[in-house]
Structures are given as structure tokens and as C-alpha cells.
Design a protein around this ligand. Sequence first.
Ligand SMILES: NC(=O)c1ccc[n+]([C@@H]2O[C@H](COP(=O)([O-])OP(=O)(O)OC[C@H]3O[C@@H](n4cnc5c(N)ncnc54)[C@H](O)[C@@H]3O)[C@@H](O)[C@H]2O)c1
Ligand SMILES: O=C(O)C(=O)C[C@]1(C(=O)O)C=C[C@@H](O)C=C1
Length: 364
Amino acid sequence: MNIAIIGLGLIGGSVGLALKRDAANRITGFDHSSTTAEEAYRRGIIDSVALSLEDACYNTDVIIFATPVNTTVDMLEEIRSMKLKDGVIITDTGSTKVPIMDAASILIDQGLTFIGGHPMAGSHKSGVSAAKEHLFENAYYILTPDPRTDQKHVEQLRQLLRPTKGKVRIVEATEHDRMTAVVSHFPHLVASSLVGRLADQQEHQPFIKKLAAGGFRDLTRIASADPVMWRDITIQNRDELLKQLDGWFEEMSAVREMITANDPVRIYNYFAEAKKFRDELPLTSQGALYMTYDLHVDIPDHPGIISEITKILADERISITNIRIVETRTDVYGILVISFQSADDREHAKFALTSTTNFSMHIV
Ligand SMILES: NC(=O)c1ccc[n+]([C@@H]2O[C@H](COP(=O)([O-])OP(=O)(O)OC[C@H]3O[C@@H](n4cnc5c(N)ncnc54)[C@H](O)[C@@H]3O)[C@@H](O)[C@H]2O)c1
Ligand SMILES: O=C(O)C(=O)C[C@]1(C(=O)O)C=C[C@@H](O)C=C1
């Protein structure tokens, strides 16, 4: 298969790395940043660099757009006038689907095959340097084919995406945008707004920033994501976001009333119901939520401890995706939170550390 990937950032790069697992795939990449395209080539994500969108799409079997969603809409318009290969399958990875499917409708009218796509895994990190081959493993990979699209082409795309090891599911575009507003787009607005609240408060109390520990950091991690990507998503999923905001205002006014009433039973139930639902979310696979595989290690707070632990893991060739310390004070045990790419890596790490240290470890 000759494949063109347009936009070689986190998602385009990760799709490329996964598709390169199949030696029969030959990938051409286009990015408006030549540094990005060069890095993608150097990392072996793509086999050749295209110098324009037209150049990338010429005579290719599959075109994958992995650009910010407003850019994808513009490019779908641009390719209308291009000469594309007969039977080409065009898809995208965008976080919104209705405006993308609308933009693709004219291509479908012209007899071309466009199947919307959205791998439900990612990160707050962006750019080609954050791309990972395994990013979509066990994650849902949503496809939103148009009713006019031949089932045979949907099957072809499903086969092409097999090396991503994602779980392909067909969802209608409107449903997709409604659901992602709830589990992804609105939470992003909330995370950014919480950070905004902290930024306002710290003008009066500069020390407050230093108190932003695990809870605040966990809840607001996604606010560190690329603002262009989220600007476009917010614009494209405006109506669903406004509905979510209305629901949130209602919820917050009920919360306000509950706090004013100060009834311990109601307050307990509010938290208990949220905990029960949250604890039951599917966490054995990535589900709709991005899953990290964390290992909490109780460690004494003394110099060199982190390098000691990372050396043990490096000797075992176990990759770490993140590492952080929470609640460390002199003379008191601190907790090192190490994140891994998979449950297997975490188990391997736990075994290696158990064999070489006497630290307590927990999976929470
Ligand atoms: N980041 C996530 O968690 C995530 C997850 C799933 C889907 N998505 C979707 O995937 C798409 C890509 O997101 P990402 O996280 O990879 O972003 P990214 O910023 O890492 O990558 C986007 C790439 O597109 C390139 N680009 C932008 N405008 C361009 C143009 N006009 N011509 C050519 N290249 C251009 C950028 O240079 C960049 O390399 C977006 O539509 C996003 O909504 C993101
Ligand atoms: O893990 C993260 O940082 C993400 O924000 C990933 C996330 C999500 O909301 O779950 C973000 C946008 C995508 O469209 C899909 C996945």
C-alpha cells in the first residue's frame, strides 16, 4: 500500500510508526513544518517527504489527515480539484467528526471514498517527537463512514489499521461528537478553567502554586495540550459543548445548594456516587479514557534514589513514560510514581524492583 500521511505530529507520527509494522506499507509524509517532516523521515516514520499536499496525495492508495481539525476541513476542500488515484481511500484522525464528514460530503458526491476516523488515545504532548508506535494499542479507533460508502472500503480501512492494534468501532458522526464532548472536549474546558482559577488566585497568593500537588496536577494534566488543536475542536463541537456547559451550570447550582444546606448525608452521597461510577469505568483496557500504567513506590528521600531505581529498570530494558515524586519531605517516605506503556512493563518493573530492593510497591 502507498500511504500518504498529512500532518506528522503526535497522531500522524504514531499512525505512521504503527503502519510501518507492516513491511508492505510505503509511507509518504507531508507537514508544513519541514523540521517535523525531516524528523519523521529520520525516525523512519515515513519513507519519503512530500513537498506539498498535492505531491503527497499523487498516485497514493490511502490518504490519512492528521492535522488540526480546521486545517483538515480546509484540506478536504483543496483536494477536491486534485487528480487522485482511482479507488483511493481518504480518512482522518480528527477529534471531531460532523464538520469533517460535512466537508467530505462533496468528495463522496464526486465518487471518492472518505471514511472519518478518530483513534481515542493521545496525550497532552504534541509533535512528532512524542509519536509512539504503541499509542493506539487496545484503544478504541472510531470510524464514521458515510451511509453512501461501500462496506468493502470500510473493511479495507479496518484491515489497513490492524497494525495499530486499536479496537475499530463504527459510530455515527453526530453520536461521536456528542459522546466525545462528554468524555473529552468538555473535560478539557474544565481543566483549562481550573488552571485559570489558580492563575487568578496566585496573583494574590503566590505560594498557592507550590501547593498544587497530585490532585490538581492529575485533574489538569490535559490543560498542557496544544492550544491550536483544542481551539479547533472547541469551534467544531460548539453546539455539544454549549449543551455540556448548560448541564454543568445546572450541576454546579445543585452542588451550591447542597453545600449551602451543609447536610453531611447529601454531601457523602454525592461523593460516594461519583466514586462508585468512576471506580467502575473500564480500566483494564484503555476504553474511552487514556490509561496509564502507574506503579507507586515508597522510597526514602535520599539523594541518588531515583537514578538507582531508573538504573534497575534500564538494566531490564523497561521503558518509562513518566516519573514523578509526590509528597516528599526530608526524613519522611516519599512516593515515586512511575508510569509504563503497558501492564506487562509494569509487572516486569515490579518484579525487578522486588528482587533488588525492599521498597513497598502499590498499584492504585
Ligand atoms: N493529541 C491527541 O491526544 C489526539 C488524539 C486523537 C486525535 N487527535 C487529532 O489528531 C489530529 C492531530 O493531532 P496531534 O495531536 O497529532 O497534533 P500535533 O500538533 O502533534 O500534529 C499536527 C501536525 O500537523 C501539522 N500541520 C498543521 N497545519 C498544517 C498544514 N496546514 N499543512 C501541513 N501540516 C500541518 C503540524 O505541523 C503538526 O506536525 C488532530 O485533528 C487532533 O484533533 C489528537
Ligand atoms: O490523554 C490525553 O491527554 C488526551 O487528551 C487524549 C484525548 C482524550 O481526551 O482522551 C484527547 C483528544 C482526542 O481526540 C483523544 C484522546
